[in-house]
Design a binder for this molecule. Structure first.
Ligand code: ACO
Length: 320
């Protein structure tokens, strides 16, 4: 049986930056409130001509280049996204076409902010079972397209972007374990309605709705539990983890998970201040940044974790 190893990372952030100051001009909010409650100063927002798949394409090409893999070698594409270009076909199929390849499996995973961690877990199983040899695993979100810019509870928090990894069958250890969980009883705390006409919410605009403080409480509890579960599954100690790469939802949630791991904040990869919450894109965006700036090195142990609407949560322990 093969292991699945990350052999290249890539990412993309749109050029346009929206600062907290901008929100002061359109909403009853302040830079101080947003920064103190979330750790966010600015976020990137896609241009009219861009889309989830166009961001994914750039991130994917960067990851392919880093891995030294040609798109034609890819036999599996999984995109974690909750803001797809179309209801169908999947953003993964649209991306496959943009990459100029065909034939392999391509599908989206809808697991809100845990989309990338879920996609990585699925691709890992494919590779271990011999169902794929070279996979592109992506988290990409055009959150700005599902935000109501008059709702201060949500619009100040989210940003757009894409991150990607190439995952290859390898004899060396790579992904050590992945863990995925969900609890649908919380569906009304964080959701986007379906804009399709004959659904229950006929006529509603498809905007994100979030009961932030309730989400916060469950996220902190759940993420602490998954840290223990991941370490126990690998018989590792907290001190064996070199880097924490968390979903960038809120600096206070991230700090509480770091504390649980006894991990100093210097060993936590943070992008939230400049990128906001990019949902499924946040973990691979942070990973790519830390790989490219030389913080995360080959052979190091990285713990990724995420939590999002569903609720869905998950983790991956990876030897780089
Ligand atoms: N500016 C000013 N005031 C605001 C703003 C804003 N942008 N947003 C909300 N408020 C107000 C509220 O209306 C409320 O006012 P009230 O007391 O008069 O009713 C007050 O601030 C407190 O609101 P809370 O929601 O209790 O604030 P909290 O401290 O919980 O911070 C936040 C809100 C930042 C959203 C936090 O709860 C959070 O980060 N939650 C977790 C989000 C998360 O992890 N989501 C999961 C991933 S996302 C995904 O899956 C798509």
């Amino acid at each position: 049986m093969f292991n699945a190893k990350i052999t290249g990372t890539g990412s993309y952030l749109p050029e346009k930056i929206v600062t907290n100051k901008y929100f002061e001009s359109i909403l009853d909010t302040s830079d101080e409130w947003i920064y103190a409650r979330t750790g966010i100063k600015q976020r990137h927002v896609i241009a009219e001509h861009e889309s989830t798949s166009s961001m994914a394409e750039i991130a994917a090409n960067n990851a392919l280049q880093a891995a030294g893999v040609d798109a034609s070698e890819i036999d599996l594409i999984i995109v974690g996204t909750s803001s797809p270009d179309r209801v169908f076909p999947s953003t993964a199929c649209i991306l496959q076409n943009k990459l100029g390849t065909k034939g392999g499996a391509a599908f989206d995973v809808q697991a809100a902010c845990s989309g990338f961690v879920y996609a990585l877990g699925i691709a890992n199983q494919f590779i271990k079972a011999g169902g794929a040899k070279k996979a592109l695993v992506i988290g990409a979100e055009a959150n700005s397209r599902i935000l109501d810019y008059s709702d201060r509870n949500t619009c100040v928090i989210f940003g757009d972007g894409a991150g990607a990894v190439v995952l290859e069958a390898s004899e060396e250890p790579g992904i050590l374990s992945t863990h995925m969980h969900s609890d649908g009883q919380y569906q009304d705390l964080l959701y986007v309605n379906n804009p399709i006409k004959d659904q229950k919410h006929d006529g509603d605009q498809a905007f994100m709705t979030m009961q932030g403080n309730d989400v916060y409480k469950v996220a902190v509890k759940t993420l602490s539990r998954i840290v223990d579960e991941t370490l126990e599954a690998n018989k590792l100690l907290k001190s064996d983890v070199d880097w924490l790469i968390p979903h960038q939802a809120n600096i206070r949630i991230i700090s509480s998970v770091a504390k649980k791991l006894n991990m100093p904040m210097e060993r936590v990869v943070l992008t939230i201040e400049n990128q906001g919450n990019t949902s499924a894109a946040s973990v691979p965006l942070a990973l790519d940044q830390a790989v490219r700036d030389g913080r995360v090195k080959k052979g190091e142990i990285v713990l990724m974790e995420a939590f999002g609407g569903g609720f869905v949560w998950g983790s991956a322990l990876v030897k780089m």
